[in-house]
Design a protein around this ligand. Structure first.
Ligand SMILES: Cc1ncc(COP(=O)(O)O)c(C=O)c1O
Length: 385
């Protein structure tokens, strides 16, 4: 069966004479056991709400299928999922290597929380490839890859990084939120843990936060699960249910996000106001050749580097948008556009471009309507000072 077919069936109730299409929401803290023996043996891991209910297991099964892993576990947000994956493999005195383009709140966790507990983070150029070797040592326990980076979209050479990391005894954690697991398979390319902010494309409706951690093998999965248990991590059954519902339409939505994203990026690339399109499917994006080798497609999130603008022009652009929402996050059915500032979060490779960067998340609206919205905003920008 093809992945599209498997995703429709994954985590659904097993055939009984009469059953609902979707697994129902099972809300529980306490589970009751009919006998003392049942209690002491536990019933298929479903023993207490914090360890998950059948609703959580159903989502985990479906995401694991999508990511091609050994086991998937859930976290209360994408940020929590990345941070838990790091916590699972480090102790005081260890080092982490993280891409300079990594999601900024993860950077704050590394430079704040982990530093207080004696873990040091070293940031590397996302285009480092096999030269990561020079930064590896027995102290490095995790390499954190985010490909593409979610502001500037550099694509990393995950197979080369993973090979070097594994030779040195480090694990590789990959943030796979951008591809939603549809266009990129980090575990197949050497990652030990593939993490997603399911908040974005998996849930797909901008109404919940959730994270997923998919481990490549049993030992990694055990370390991840023990970390979640010891930290008391929990996800509501309602959010797990909604995310699984989102997954049923994921492939269809991603095809549309991809098509609209490409259409918008092509149109913007021809505009005189735009210096460069930062979209992995475009030659102008660093790492584009690796994208062509390792990805089967693109999602709807990309940025444009604008020619230098006055503050009033930036304001006029955003205030003129009528369809694009101005707000954080991405991956929902609605299009978004935000002014991002990569210069604030780089240390290994400072961002020195003069113009502002606008990030767009292509939603499911009609692409021509979205282009008209951008056209209107660019006209307002040109008229402003
Ligand atoms: C690449 C990436 N990873 C992780 C996260 C964190 O996800 P959440 O908002 O669910 O914590 C985000 C959120 O924007 C993100 O862009």
């Amino acid at each position: 069966m093809k992945e599209d077919t498997k995703l429709i069936a994954a985590g659904r109730p097993h055939r009984r004479p009469h059953h609902p299409v979707n697994p129902p929401v099972e809300r529980a803290s306490t589970y009751l056991f009919p006998t003392y023996d049942d209690f002491t043996e536990g019933a298929k891991n479903i023993v207490y709400g914090r360890l998950g209910t059948p609703t959580h297991r159903a989502l985990e099964e479906a995401v694991n299928l999508l990511e091609g892993g050994f086991e998937t576990r859930l976290a209360p947000s994408g940020l929590a999922a990345v941070n838990y994956a790091l916590l699972a493999f480090c102790r005081a005195g260890d080092q982490i290597l993280a891409a300079d383009s990594v999601y900024d709140p993860v950077r704050k966790f590394c430079d704040g929380f982990l530093k207080r507990f004696g873990v040091e983070t070293i940031y590397y150029d996302p285009l480092v490839g096999s030269d990561i070797e020079a930064l590896l040592s027995p102290r490095v326990k995790v390499v954190l890859v985010e490909s593409p980076g979610s502001l500037t979209f550099e694509i990393q050479d995950l197979p080369a990084i993973a090979a070097a990391a594994h030779r040195s005894g480090a694990r590789v954690v990959a943030d796979n939120t951008w591809s939603a697991g549809c266009f990129y398979k980090p575990i197949r390319l050497g990652a030990d843990v593939s993490v997603q902010a399911g908040t974005k494309y998996l849930a797909g409706h901008a109404d919940l936060l959730i994270g997923t951690l998919t481990s490549a093998d049993e030992a990694t999965a055990r370390a991840v699960f023990q970390t979640l248990l010891q930290l008391g991590s929990n996800v509501s059954a309602d959010d797990a249910f909604l995310t699984l519902r989102g997954l049923r339409t994921l492939k269809t939505r991603m095809a549309r996000h991809e098509e609209t994203g490409l259409k918008l990026a092509k149109w913007l690339g021809k505009r005189a106001e735009v210096e460069r399109v930062l979209h992995p499917a475009f030659k102008s994006c660093p790492g584009h050749t690796i994208f062509k080798r390792d990805f089967s497609g693109s999602s709807g999130l990309f940025s444009i580097l604008m020619k230098p603008l006055a503050a009033g022009q930036i304001k006029a652009f955003f205030n003129a948008l009528k369809i694009f929402g101005v707000g954080y996050s991405w991956g929902g059915f609605e299009s978004l556009c935000v002014h991002v500032r990569p210069q604030n979060n780089r240390t290994a490779e400072p961002w020195t471009e003069a113009g502002p960067v606008f990030r767009l998340s292509a939603g499911l609206e009609d692409a021509d309507d979205l282009i008209a919205d951008l056209d209107r905003a660019l006209a307002a920008m040109a008229a402003a000072k």
